[in-house]
Design a protein around this ligand. Structure first.
Ligand code: NAD
Length: 360
């Protein structure tokens, strides 16, 4: 299959692209605007792969997107391009409305025209998979059952509201125009190539720099965590075997408070990159001594959790990594790839782009 992946230079997109090319022998065309969150250097090992192509483009540019569909003629679209950081959506919601809502609308219109002129087997197998988040369901009470596919939408942040809007648009394009779509709602991902504004790479970076590790409120908010390659496998499975028109909730059965999560990452750092104990008490030489509680995020959802029974039972998917193995691999990856991390922190990955090189 030839799959067009929007947002393929972002965190999940780079891991998904690698999985589709290397594990599934699909061809991949990445379509990505290369915002601050896009990093073509994260795809540098795939640049010479014969099945890989890259197009720099904005999903809001419907004409360009339509011409890319015409030129590359994919069998499927996996739509990941989005503004994805909740804190940024609070400070500046407009980009979220543009990319996540207007961009998805433009993409759907182009995909509809493309689909309508497909014929025969190409038409039968065409799918659009829209990749969304569990945050559209809002906040769970501590003792409430986990989110599932039939949970009512109740988004609270500009980010989750924009993603909820895009989910509704995708369903409308199926119901109104017959576009064959699938939707996934997944919990928090972690793993290699995540931009260091998200919690786990922030914690690792702060540890490496011996800076305070900020945790919102009392660190009691609960999230479910899934290793990114397990998410990539789930997405491929949904595209390959999912029922058109259906939604699949994806999660890691791995609920942790933010404080528990940060403490686990700090313990792994203690083991894998111990701090110098010079002049410090044993307690102060542990990375967890860097934890600092800061003013809570406005409208901070208390708990997200996913009941992933449907994808497990109907599509025989299950995560391969548990928390212990996934967090260990992730911390090791950031320690082994400090150049990648430094290149982002210094802004070097964007300077290279201005020079047109785009590869680090
Ligand atoms: P990311 O921010 O790391 O990457 C987003 C990518 O989209 C970047 O490469 C960026 O350049 C690109 N992009 C942004 N605006 C664009 C535009 N207008 N046109 C084309 N490309 C554009 O995000 P991520 O964490 O990889 O998330 C990918 C998708 O998965 C998003 O849709 C997000 O809502 C969803 N999701 C993420 C998580 C998570 O934990 N990260 C969980 C569930 C769902």
């Amino acid at each position: 299959m030839k799959i067009l992946v929007t947002g393929g230079a972002g965190f999940i997109g780079t891991n998904l692209t690698r999985y589709l090319l290397m594990q599934c022998n699909h061809q991949v065309v990445v379509y990505d605007k290369l915002t601050y969150a896009g990093n073509r250097g994260s795809l540098s090992d795939l640049e010479n792969h014969p099945g890989f192509q890259f197009v720099q483009g904005d999903v809001c540019d419907g004409d360009l997107f339509a011409s890319v569909l015409e030129q590359h003629r994919p069998n499927a679209i996996m739509h990941l391009a989005a503004e994805s950081h909740v804190d940024r959506s609070i400070d500046g919601p407009e980009a979220f409305i543009q990319t996540n809502v207007v961009g998805t609308f433009k993409l759907l219109n182009a995909a509809k025209s493309y689909y309508q002129q497909l014929e025969g087997a190409d038409k039968d197998r065409f799918r659009l998979l829209h990749v969304s988040t569990d945050e559209v369901f809002g906040s769970l009470a501590m003792d409430a059952p986990a989110f599932c596919e039939s949970t009512a939408y109740d988004p609270h942040s500009p980010y989750s509201a924009s993603k909820a809007s895009s989910d509704h648009l995708v369903r409308a394009w199926q119901d109104t125009y017959g576009l064959p779509v699938l939707i996934t709602n997944c919990s928090n991902n972690y793993g290699p190539f995540q931009f260091p504004e998200k919690l786990i790479p922030v914690v690792i970076m702060k540890c490496l720099r011996s800076e305070s590790i900020p945790i919102y409120g009392k660190g009691e908010n609960i999230r479910d965590w899934l290793y990114v390659e397990d998410h990539a496998r789930a997405l491929e499975r949904v595209l390959d075997r999912g029922q058109v028109g259906e939604t699949y909730a994806i999660g890691g059965d791995n609920e942790l408070t933010n404080l528990e999560l940060v403490q686990q990452i700090c313990s792994l750092m203690d083991e894998l990159r111990p701090r110098s104990a010079d002049g410090k008490s044993p307690e102060d030489s542990r990375y967890s001594s860097l934890i600092t509680f800061v003013t809570d995020r406005p409208g901070h959802d208390m708990r997200y959790a996913i009941n992933a029974s449907k994808i497990k039972q109907e599509l025989q998917w299950a995560p391969l990594q548990n928390a212990e193995s996934g967090f260990r691999q992730t911390v090791k990856w950031y320690l082994d790839n400090s150049i990648w991390l430094e290149n982002i922190l210094s802004g070097g990955y964007q300077l290279e782009r201005i020079g047109g090189v785009n590869v680090q």
